[in-house]
Ligand binder design. Structure first.
Ligand SMILES: Nc1ncnc2c1ncn2[C@@H]1O[C@H](COP(=O)(O)OP(=O)(O)OP(=O)(O)O)[C@@H](O)[C@H]1O
Length: 765
C-alpha cells in the first residue's frame, strides 16, 4: 500500500529561509545530469571570455588604461549591492568571508618571492618585486610586504605587533599624554566630537568588573557596583606604561565592541543613534540532515503503523532543527468478504473481495504515539493531528543531533525583514518543524506569557526577544522595565540606555513598578485624549509632540511576584494586559511554575499569546496552552508557540542568543550617547511607590468602601472577618477594606490586621 504512495513523498529539508522542497531520487538523477551540463556550459563560457580578454589584452589596455581597475571595481560593487544575499551566502559557504587572509597569503608569497629575488634566485618576478634592487631598497620592499601579509592574515595580532614596533621607534620622541585615567581617544558617531564614555556618565548604574586586557570581552554577568580605585593603586597604575597589562573597564570594552561593529553600523536613526549591524550576532552554520536517514525512519513509521493494522503512508518529510516532521496520509479501513470460487483447474479457492472502505481515523494514529516511539527508539514523539492546513497527520520525531537556531539566521530571513519594515516591535522567535523562520510582532501579541520547567530555555527566549528589539530600536523607540527576582538572568542589561529603570531584583519594588506602569498607562491615555489619538502610532505621528517610546515590561519569574502580593500583582497585571496595548505598553512574563496559583484564569485570559517550553506534566501543559503536548518537548529551546490567531500551538526551535552576543549588544549601545542615558523612572520612585503597602498613595478606594463604612458605624466595630461575612468577599479584600475604614476613622490599622478568616473556603471566593 505504501510503496505506491511513497512515490509522492515530498521532502522538505532545512536551508536558507526555510523548507525548500527537494525532489524524489528518480527526478534527482535527471536534475543532476542537467546541473552538470549547466556547469560545463558555464565553465566553457568563462574560459572563452578569459581567452578573449587575453587575446585582446593590448587593445583593452590601450582603450581603458588604468581605468580598467575602476571598471572592475565598479562591476564588483554593483554585483555585491544587487546580489547581496547571494554574495553573502557564497561568502558563508566558502571561506570567502576570510578574503583578507587569502589576500594576505598572496602578499606573503610575493614577499618570499622578493626575498628570493634579493638572493638572486627569484627570476624575473622576484626581480620585479624588488625592482632589481638587491640592496636596502629591495630589503625595505620585502619587509613592507611581510608586514602587510602579517596584518592581513592575523589582523588583530598583526596590528598589535605593528603598533608595538612603531611605538618602540617613536616612543623616545613622544610626549606621553596617556596617563591612566585620562580620556581615551574614542570619537565614534556623527558629530565626531561625542564625549567618550565616562564612569560618571553611567551614574548610579553598575559597571563591569575589571578584567585583564588579554580578554576581548568581559562577561557582563560579572557586574559589580562601581568602586573608586584607591589612589595608591592609581599611582601604581600610573607608573606602568605597559598598556597591555592594565585592567580594562566598561569604557575599554565598549570601545573595542564599537570599533569592531560600530563603525560598520551604517543605519543611522533620526535621533542620532546607530543601530547595531547584524554582524554583531554570531553566525552558526546549520546542521544538514541525511535524507537516507529520514527515508529509513519514514519506512519504519509505515511498518510500525502497518503492524498495528493502520494503513498509512508517509508523503512528506520536513526536517527541522530539533525534530523532523513526517507527514502521514491516513489510508483506508477496508471491509472485505470472502468469496469461494474455483480456479481454472476446478479447485475451490477463497478470495477476499472489498465490499467497502472508510478512512483510517486520525485518533487511531494519535493513540499509537508510544508504540511509534518504541519502534523508532525515540525518547518521545508528538503527534499533530491534523497538520494545520493540510490533510496529513504530523508525526514529530526528535533528530539524533539536536541543532540550534542562531538569532542571526532568523533575522536575515525575508520573513523577518518584511515584518521589521512595518512593525518596530518585530521579534524573531525561531524556526518551525520545516526549518521555516517564525517571527512575531510584539505589538500585536500584545502580551506574551512564557512558561516552562527549569532549564527548558525561558531565559534564552527572553534574551532573544530583548536582543531582537535592541537590534531595531533606539532608546527613544523602546524602553524596558526588567524584573529579575533571580538577580542573575537580566542584570547584564543593567547599563543599557534602553532601561527605564535599573533591573529590578526586589519583588516589592517590582510591585511598585507595576503600579507605576498602571499610572503611566493612565497618564498616556490622558495625553492621547488631548490630541485625539487612538493609539501610540497615531500619537507619535502627530506633529509637534514629543514621541512616546514603547514600554516593554519583562518579568523573569512571575511566581516570586505572585507570592509577594497575589491580589495586587494579579489585579495590576490584568489591568495592564487589558488596557495597555493601545498606549504602547507590552508585557512579557515568564514563569517556571505553570500552576493555577501563578497562571490564574484571569492572567491566562489576558495573555492570549503564549509560549510553552518543556514542562513536566500534562496538567502543566494544559495550564499554559489549554492542550497537552508541552510535556513531550525536548527542552533546550524546543517550544510550542500559541499565537493569538492560531487554533493550535506550533512547534518551534527557539532562537539561541549566547551570553557573548548579549554582552556585545550591551557594549554596543553603551558605546553611544552615554550622556543621554537618563532613566525615565527612578528606583526611588519604585521604592516609594510600594512603601505605603496596599493603600499606595494613588490607589483608588474599594467600591465597597461606603458599605463597609456604614457597617462599621452601625456595628461600632470593624474587622476583616466581619466584613467577609457581611459582604461575601474574600479575606484579602476584606482585610484591605477593614484597613481603609480604620484609616478613615482614624484608628490604628495594625490592631486586628492579623485576623484569621472565619472560614477557609471564603478564601476562594
Ligand atoms: N534556543 C536554544 N537553543 C539551544 N540551546 C538552548 C536554547 N534555549 C536554552 N538552551 C540551553 O538550555 C540551557 C538552559 O536555558 P535557560 O537558562 O534559558 O533555562 P531556563 O528555563 O531559564 O531555566 P531556569 O528557569 O532554571 O532559569 C541554556 O544554558 C542553553 O544551553
Amino acid at each position: 500500500m505504501s510503496i505506491k504512495k511513497k512515490s509522492k513523498l515530498n521532502i522538505n529539508s532545512r536551508g536558507g529561509m526555510g523548507g525548500k522542497s527537494k525532489s524524489r531520487p528518480s527526478r534527482a538523477s535527471s536534475s543532476k545530469t542537467s546541473d552538470a551540463a549547466g556547469t560545463i556550459i558555464k565553465v566553457v563560457i568563462g574560459l572563452g571570455i578569459i581567452a578573449l580578454i587575453i587575446s585582446q589584452w593590448q587593445t583593452i589596455g590601450a582603450v581603458f588604461g588604468f581605468g580598467l581597475i575602476l571598471l572592475v571595481l565598479g562591476i564588483t560593487v554593483a554585483v555585491a549591492v544587487f546580489k547581496r544575499e547571494a554574495v553573502l551566502e557564497f561568502a558563508r559557504k566558502t571561506t570567502f568571508i576570510y578574503w583578507y587572509r587569502w589576500l594576505g597569503a598572496i602578499v606573503l608569497v610575493g614577499a618570499v618571492w622578493g626575498l628570493l629575488g634579493i638572493m638572486g634566485t627569484g627570476g624575473v618576478v622576484g626581480n620585479s618585486i624588488i625592482n632589481s634592487d638587491t640592496g636596502f631598497g629591495g630589503f625595505l620592499r620585502v619587509t613592507g610586504l611581510f608586514i602587510l601579509a602579517l596584518v592581513l592574515i592575523i589582523p588583530a595580532a598583526g596590528w598589535a605587533v605593528t603598533k608595538w614596533l612603531f611605538g618602540g621607534i617613536t616612543r623616545p620622541f613622544r610626549v606621553d599624554k596617556e596617563r591612566p585615567g585620562a580620556e581615551g581617544t574614542y570619537q565614534p558617531g556623527l558629530n565626531g566630537n561625542r564625549p567618550p564614555l565616562r564612569q560618571s556618565m553611567i551614574g548610579d548604574r553598575p559597571v563591569l568588573e575589571r578584567k585583564p586586557a588579554a580578554e576581548t570581552a568581559v562577561p557582563a554577568s560579572t557586574m559589580v557596583q562601581a568602586e573608586e580605585k584607591p589612589s595608591v593603586e592609581k599611582e601604581a597604575a600610573a607608573k606602568t606604561d605597559k598598556d597591555a597589562k592594565e585592567p580594562r573597564d566598561l569604557k575599554q570594552v565598549s570601545q573595542d565592541v564599537w570599533k569592531k561593529y560600530g563603525e560598520t553600523a551604517t543605519l543611522l536613526t533620526a535621533d542620532g543613534w546607530r543601530l547595531p549591524p547584524v554582524e554583531i550576532l554570531d553566525y552558526t552554520p546549520e546542521i544538514e540532515y541525511g535524507e537516507a536517514d529520514n527515508q529509513e525512519r519514514a519506512r519504519m513509521i509505515e511498518e510500525a503503523l502497518g503492524s498495528y493494522g493502520v494503513e498509512a503512508a508517509v508523503v512528506q518529510i520536513n526536517a527541522g532543527p530539533t525534530v523532523t516532521q513526517f507527514g502521514v496520509e491516513p489510508g483506508w479501513d477496508r471491509r472485505v468478504k470472502e468469496v469461494k470460487e474455483k480456479d481454472k483447474d476446478g479447485n475451490p479457492v477463497t478470495k477476499q473481495v472489498e465490499t467497502g472502505r472508510t478512512r483510517v481515523k486520525v485518533d487511531r494514529i494519535s493513540s499509537l504515539s508510544n508504540d511509534l516511539a518504541l519502534a523508532l527508539a525515540a525518547p518521545s514523539i508528538r503527534i499533530e493531528a491534523p497538520i494545520p492546513g493540510k490533510s496529513l497527520v504530523g508525526i514529530e520525531v526528535p533528530n539524533t543531533m539536536l541543532g540550534s537556531v542562531s538569532m542571526r539566521s532568523v533575522i536575515e530571513t525575508t520573513a523577518f525583514q518584511k515584518l521589521k519594515a512595518k512593525a518596530p516591535l518585530a521579534v524573531a522567535l525561531g524556526k518551525g518543524a520545516g526549518g521555516e523562520a517564525v517571527v512575531g510582532d510584539l505589538a500585536k501579541m500584545p502580551h506574551l506569557l512564557i512558561a516552562g520547567a527549569t532549564g527548558s530555555g525561558k531565559t534564552v527566549c527572553l534574551n532573544a526577544l530583548i536582543c531582537c528589539l535592541l537590534m531595531n530600536n533606539t532608546p527613544n523607540d523602546v524602553r524596558f522595565i526588567m524584573v529579575d527576582p533571580k538577580r542573575v538572568e537580566l542584570t547584564p542589561y543593567n547599563s543599557m540606555p534602553h532601561l527605564a529603570a535599573p533591573v529590578i531584583v526586589d519583588v516589592d519594588k517590582a510591585i511598585g513598578a507595576l503600579k507605576w506602569l498602571a499610572g503611566e498607562m493612565d497618564r498616556r491615555y490622558k495625553q492621547m485624549a488631548e490630541v485625539t489619538a487612538r493609539n501610540i502610532d497615531a500619537y507619535n505621528k502627530k506633529p509637534g509632540i514629543e514621541k512616546m517610546p514603547y514600554l516593554v515590561l519583562v518579568i523573569d519569574e512571575l511566581a516570586d511576584l505572585m507570592m509577594a502580593g497575589f491580589d495586587d500583582v494579579e489585579h495590576l497585571l490584568c489591568r495592564l494586559a487589558q488596557m495597555a496595548r493601545a498606549v504602547g505598553i507590552h508585557l512579557v512574563v515568564a514563569t517556571q511554575r505553570p500552576s493555577v496559583d501563578v497562571i490564574t484564569g484571569l492572567i491566562k485570559a489576558n495573555f492570549p499569546t503564549r509560549i510553552s517550553f518543556a514542562v513536566t506534566s500534562q496538567v502543566d501543559s494544559r495550564t499554559i496552552l489549554d492542550s497537552v503536548g508541552a510535556e513531550k518537548l525536548l527542552g533546550r529551546g524546543d517550544m510550542l508557540y500559541m499565537p493569538t490567531d492560531a487554533a493550535k500551538p506550533k512547534r518551534l526551535q527557539g532562537c539561541y542568543v549566547s551570553d557573548q552576543e548579549t554582552e556585545r549588544m550591551v557594549y554596543f549601545w553603551n558605546g553611544q550617547h552615554p550622556e543621554a542615558n537618563s532613566p525615565m523612572l527612578k528606583v526611588e520612585e519604585l521604592a516609594t511607590a510600594q512603601t505605603p503597602g496596599i493603600l499606595g498613595g494613588t490607589q483608588p478606594r474599594d467600591s465597597l468602601f461606603d458599605t463597609a463604612m456604614q457597617l462599621a458605624q452601625e456595628s461600632g466595630n470593624i474587622s476583616a472577618s466581619f466584613l467577609q461575612r457581611k459582604l461575601h468577599i474574600g479575606y484579602p479584600r476584606a482585610a484591605r477594606l477593614a484597613d481603609e475604614v480604620k484609616e478613615a476613622l482614624g484608628q490604628d490599622t495594625e490592631d486586628g490586621g492579623a485576623e484569621v478568616p472565619a472560614d477557609d473556603d471564603t478564601l476562594l471566593r
